[in-house]
Design a binder for this molecule. Sequence first.
Ligand code: ADP
Ligand code: MG
Length: 463
Amino acid sequence: MENPSSLEIHVFWDRFLKIIEERVNQQSFNTWFKPLGILELNDDNIVISVPQTYHQSWLEEHYLPLLKSASQRLLDRKVNIDFVISDNNDIPVADDITMSSFDNVDSVPSSHSMLFFEQQVINPRFTFDSFVVGNSNQFAHAAAKAVADSPGTTAFNPLVIYGGVGLGKTHILQAIANHCLTTCKNGIDRKRIIFVSSEKFTMDFIMSIQNNIAPQYSNYYRSTDLLLVDDIQFFNNKERTQEEFFHTFNALHQSGKQIVLTMDRPPSQLKGLADRLINRFQWGLVTDIQPPDFETRVAILKKKAESDGVYLENAITDYIAENITSNIRELEGALIRLLAYSSLRGQDISLDMATRVLGETFTKKPSIITIEFIQKLVAEYFSLTNDQIMSNSRRKEVAVARHIAIHLSKKLTDSSLKTIGLHFGGRDHSTVIHSLRTVENKYMADSSLAKHIQVLTDKAKSS
Ligand code: ADP
Ligand code: MG
């Protein structure tokens, strides 16, 4: 085994203490194990720091078999336990340790494999309380709530929630986990609630094969009470993982365990997923989350600001909600930028500040293309005047420009043939149709004219 990093040692130690905590009573744990620290972890031994000689003797006398079996369980091999008297038990570790730091299979010594099938971090902020319900998500919210209240006993098994990026899928999924972790109804064991992204499920699977622990892997995922898998679409084309997931799904479903899945589109539209899986996703309830409407966006902003202890005037929340329409993560991002700016400057948030800080990041709304605009664009492009384009002139270059302008007006605006005709010097709709046919049948077949039309189309759209 290569030398494990301090982070790996820390994670090992964390798990190690957890196993022990499960086996001894709380008081013994606090007295004998809490004061311990880990100094070294290598092939043959674990070096543990203890505060005093007496402490060491007590551990050796009463707890050595427990310490050994806990380490064996984690490392999958026998090691010796050595003690060193020390009053400094701190080992340097990174501040925020999440198991996702360990998702990189290559960098991990195989003997640490047992550490892997561990909970992904569940964000305590993602609760039903902090979730704003609106028209766009009320059905998904109600179904999630019902499932969280009685996992495995509703008809919603699996519960499938689909929707675009940043609309709250992960939030709802973790809200179910958080709710079940606190209530633990229906015999749910809090230790057997698994929230996992489909990527981690895949990584764990690959790692289990590499390390010959596939049975442990299957066992881990198939013995949960509640399995929450995020972003199922990333299973695409991963056939063996899908197969493994298929069996996991069956095992859980048959024993009445709750499954909740999220994905970025309806199951029937998933690409690269086996039909039998897609079929199963439709056994329970499939529900979507839509982009939030204006009122919901404002409500979300107000709620987030409030939880940061900030009051925002309506004009400010309206301004942000009008400009960010389709992604709640971006909505939050804008608010965070504003809060950061205000606290750095020590100034209160005002509408003026909001427009200054956020204005340029708001992408321009697509401008509406008008017939007048197209006429001007085409006239300039062919070095003609607006009047010429609208005239009855039969000069070839004028007629060509006019036909193209009419074609673009039809293609890029919602105007009727009648309206277009009126804009081009009061032509009737059959003349307009003649122009459209000419462009489609003749001009498009002429590669240089087709190119002009393409260039003009791009110009109109990007203006
Ligand atoms: P997704 O998984 O669909 O991409 P997330 O669940 O990660 O989206 O949501 C993005 C951000 O928006 C998160 O910070 C989440 O808390 C927030 N969010 C989404 N929907 C809501 C909502 N209805 N109420 C409050 N916050 C929300
Ligand atoms: Mg997500």
